[in-house]
Ligand binder design. Structure first.
Ligand code: 4AZ
Length: 247
């Protein structure tokens, strides 16, 4: 996160750290991406965060990477489902969304606490210019390695036509994406934040509106962050999560 502030305990309780290690090794797990808890056993993240041939686990309820916090829960990933239309080109990432099914029993994986809660999915299009919150442990203006403490920043939803202008992202933008940030630069998500939440407040409730996806570097003027447009994928999320765990 560029232009961010440290997150207070419990302020972003749906934030997930996605960690990987090569399969069947004893190497430590390392943070690669963010994610969002949307049900006790389901995490949304970016499609480009899923690296095959790796063991994956998630940490929820933590703020500081590599520190064993009493508030955190570490849960193994049972299955990763990448969107069928996921596609990466040198300029953009399309349908950049994946679901992680967590290991648990009787439909319980993450336990809800003051520090661990599920995010609400959107049911309405939100207006351009609305202020939303992004968060993650990704690269900062100080360090390309990222931040040890979870950071957050406020960004504004940017009009799709404006973000499709040739001086911004031109024809690379499609309706699976939404831009957010500040066209003057400075405040943005960055590498290592991918898959993490952009939430917006609607009727005093935080709604998961985007997932950190891509952008032309970080914090540059006229190159805002591009987020997976979660509302576009509601039916996909429903079909995958209901098929795997029928009522
Ligand atoms: C990345 O490399 C990345 N400024 C993520 C977010 C943004 C740029 C790059 C947005 O994963």
């Amino acid at each position: 996160i560029f232009g961010g502030l440290k997150v207070s305990p419990g302020a972003i309780p749906w934030q997930v750290s996605l960690e990987v290690r090569p399969k069947n090794t004893n190497q430590p797990y390392r943070h690669i991406c963010g994610g969002v808890l949307i049900a006790s056993c389901w995490v949304l993240t970016a499609g480009h965060c899923i690296i095959q041939r790796n063991d994956m686990q998630v940490v929820v309820g933590g703020l500081s990477l590599g520190t064993n916090e009493s508030t955190e829960q570490t849960i193994k990933v049972e299955q990763a489902i990448v969107h069928e239309g996921y596609r990466e080109t040198s300029s953009a990432v399309y349908n950049d969304i994946a679901l992680l099914r967590l290991q648990g029993a009787n439909g319980v994986c993450a336990n809800e606490t003051q520090f661990v809660k599920i995010a609400c999915l959107p049911d309405a299009i939100l207006p351009d210019g609305m202020e939303c919150t992004i968060s993650g442990w990704g690269a900062t203006e100080q360090s390309s390695h990222g931040s040890n403490h979870l950071l957050q920043a406020n960004v504004l939803l940017i009009n799709q036509q404006k973000c499709s202008e040739p001086s911004v992202y031109g024809r690379f933008l499609d309706n699976t994406m939404i831009c957010a940030g500040h066209l003057k630069g400075g405040v943005d998500s960055c590498q290592g934040d991918s898959g993490g939440p952009m939430t917006c407040k609607q009727n005093n409730t935080h709604i998961l509106y985007g997932l950190v996806s891509w952008g032309d570097q970080c914090g540059k003027a006229n190159k805002p962050g591009v987020y997976t447009r979660v509302i576009h994928f509601l039916q996909w999320v429903k079909s995958k999560t209901q098929a795997a765990s029928p009522k």
